[in-house]
Each structure stands twice: as C-alpha cells, then as structure tokens.
Design a protein around this ligand. Structure first.
Ligand code: PEP
Length: 251
C-alpha cells in the first residue's frame, strides 16, 4: 500500500530552542490532520534528541538529514546510522542536492550510505533531481533515471518498503520556482517505471515518491492531485508549522 508523506527538511536552520518550539507547534497542529498523511520532520543533528522527546506519542516521525558512510570509528564530525536509530530516528534523508553539490556526495557514496542506513533500521528518503543546465539540455529524464538506478538497483526487493524517493529538481529548490504539476508528474511516472523494470509493477506501485522544490500551501494541492505524486519534501515552508501543516492538509 502506497503511503502519503509530507516531510520537512529544516536544513541548517533554527537554534535548538527554536527547533523544539517548531516541533511542538507541528505536533499540536498535526492533531487536526486526517490519518491518511504521514508527517516527518528532519531537524539538524544537534536537535534530534530534544525533538525526539517532543515527538514521543505523536503522529510525527523523526528524520536525520544525512548519515555517515561508516559504521563507527575514527571519522571526526560524522554521525553513524546506528546513532540516529538509537535516538529515535525513523528516517534519514540521503543524497539531497545540497549534499551532492557542496559536499561531493556521489552515487557511489549513496549506495554505501543507503545500505548502512537500512541495515541499522533507518528508512531512507533518497533525493534525486536534475540541475537547470541538465533540464535545459533535455537530460532530466536521463539524469533522474541514472540517479535512481545507481542506488535502487543495488538493493534487494525487500528493502524497497523502507525507501522513499524524493524528486527535487535542483532549479526549484529554495528558488520560489516550482515545477509545474505536469513537469513533476512526468518525472515521477518515469521513476515509477524505472522501479517497475527491475522490481515489478507491485513494488513500483507501492513506492512513495515525493516532490520537493518550493512546495508551499498555494501549490501543494495541484501537485498532490497528480497520480504519481505521493507527498512532498518541504524546505523553506517547513520552518513555519502553519504552512507545513497546510501543505499536509492539501491531500
Ligand atoms: C529541499 O531542499 O528539500 C526543498 C524542497 O527546499 P524548498 O522547499 O525550500 O525549495
């Protein structure tokens, strides 16, 4: 059964007290939502423990924004999947375009991180998406297909239940420019086909595929109405509980 998810990526925003306050507001407002949408928040590493306390007993799940590519040891500054799982993270985002662009995150690294995250009990929100130049060159289907295959095709069929894909066109992230619902839908359908080719129609149909890139209360309804768009990965608008919940209420 396909799940509908709205996940908030807080990126490197808020102090710990501000983040705790934001989480409290999200938990409170989430009570008004119907049960058909799963909410996830992804605060910075420093906030995970106190935010986990706030989320206890609520319908909001916790996610990290990244994890290490090693199990443990001498990797200064890194945070291992087991550490994240032990403090209550259900998910980790991996392969966000900011990490691919600024921190040299390659598909090869993502293969390792994804395997480790899954093996340590985390679900993975795997981000894929083309740059503006790639879209202008007409390479968006190819780029997204390659990014999706690079990680997904290394997995076992039973892993797929713990994977969520987020299609995030880089040119739409934090720019205020959203992909049209039709532009997003055709890529989501393409991702579903890529999954079907290797894992079959049922697995493809069950996969949750989120859209990310300047998604806000004013455009969420149109995007989520598309048959292959199963929710959103939300950046800027996730920093205001009211907007985040309004997006989730758009289903
Ligand atoms: C993101 O970075 O995951 C994102 C979707 O950001 P924004 O909503 O701000 O475009």
């Amino acid at each position: 059964m396909r799940k509908y998810i709205v996940a908030g990526n807080w990126k490197m925003n808020t102090t710990v007290p501000e983040g705790v306050q934001l989480a409290k507001e999200v938990v409170e407002k989430a009570k008004e939502l119907p049960a058909n949408v799963k909410l996830v928040v992804a605060p910075p590493f420093t906030h995970l423990a106190p935010v986990a306390e706030v989320l206890k007993g609520s319908k909001v799940a916790l996610s990290a924004q990244n994890c290490a590519d090693h199990v443990k040891g001498a990797y200064t500054g890194e945070v291992a999947p087991a550490m994240l799982a032990s403090l209550g993270c259900e998910y980790t985002i991996l392969g966000h375009s900011e990490r691919r662009q600024y921190y040299g995150e390659t598909d090869e690294k993502l293969v390792v991180k994804t395997r480790l995250a899954l093996d340590h009990g985390l679900k993975v929100i795997l981000c894929v998406g083309e740059s503006l130049d790639e879209r202008k060159a007409g390479k968006h289907f190819q780029v997204v297909t390659e990014q999706t295959k690079a990680v997904l095709y290394t997995l076992n069929p039973e892993d797929l239940a713990n994977i969520v894909i987020a299609y995030e066109p880089v040119w739409a992230i934090g720019t205020g420019e959203t992909a049209t619902a039709a532009q997003a839908e055709e890529i989501h359908a393409c991702i579903r086909n890529v999954i079907e080719e290797k894992f079959g129609a049922a697995a493809a149909d069950d996969m949750t595929i989120l859209y990310g890139g300047s998604c806000k209360p004013s455009n969420a309804k149109e995007l989520f109405a598309e048959k292959d768009i199963d929710g959103g990965l939300i950046g800027g608008a996730a920093l205001k509980a009211e907007d985040f919940i309004a997006i989730a209420a758009s289903f």
